[in-house]
Design a protein. Sequence first.
Length: 319
Amino acid sequence: MARQDISERRETCFRLVLNISLLYICRVTREELLKQQLTDEQRKILSDCSALYNRLPSDLKTKLEGLMHVFLHEVAFEVKGFGKVTEEMRICVAAEACVLILDRGYNSYWKLKRITISKELLKNERGVWAGWAGRRDVSLQWDAVLHGMKQGNDNYNVILHEFAHVLDQADDAQAQSIPVHEGSVDRAKWEELLKREYPKIIAAYKAGRAHAIREYALSDEAEFFTCATESFFERPKELKKHNPEIYDILEDYYGLDPLPWSIAEEKRIEQKAQELEKRKFIRLIWMGVSVILMAVAMFLRVFEIVSDDFFIYFYPVWF
């Protein structure tokens, strides 16, 4: 009996030492991965596909890239209907999923193990979907992913939506739009917000009025947090103006304020539009001057002041 007790103690000690060693290795690995950056090719994928990535300030982009390396190291990717997982798939999903944890840290995805990218829409007994998520697994329809990423301000982003579900379920495996555990000091605040604001969304759409949070939130209370997250990152100006309580609690939860990103983007778009108009104006002036010069040249040709060689030489310059 004594020998059995000793054996059990040794086994327990061995498991404890093994678990501590694994945790240490995992921590060291994460610390190293967080220091890594994307390649130029990977950044180009994001600049081409992700409106949200393009809005981020440079310091947050640097932090995001480190988190992406941890994500790509710890989460397995699978495909359905495609020949293989592409680099574009991995980079796009990792980037926008990690935007949600820029301030919260990677431990927010501590249960997440697998991402499945599907060519076709997802189907189950409840209907057809662009994505679904639990704590361990997330499934996404690829065309819907790309559409949501590239639009950037249509209040529809499959990655943000499904990974908000992951965060919502992380503490208790329940999707109920309260993304904090029962002992959290913020628990009561979230419960009060849901009780107060969710009926307002229902009332708004029932009366035919618009709301900053899209109508899909009405399908279930569990969709309030996920749809609010989409609005927070895609339409922060609208959400802040019309629903400041929702905006503020999400700002506190995510530790991020997307409103300045959106304002900066609007200024960049405005500057580009002004530059384009300036170029158009300059081109119109040049075309007008060219027409006048050609008319003068033709007048001079009529009186044989210039030869045909004059036109041959200057025609490419004018037009």
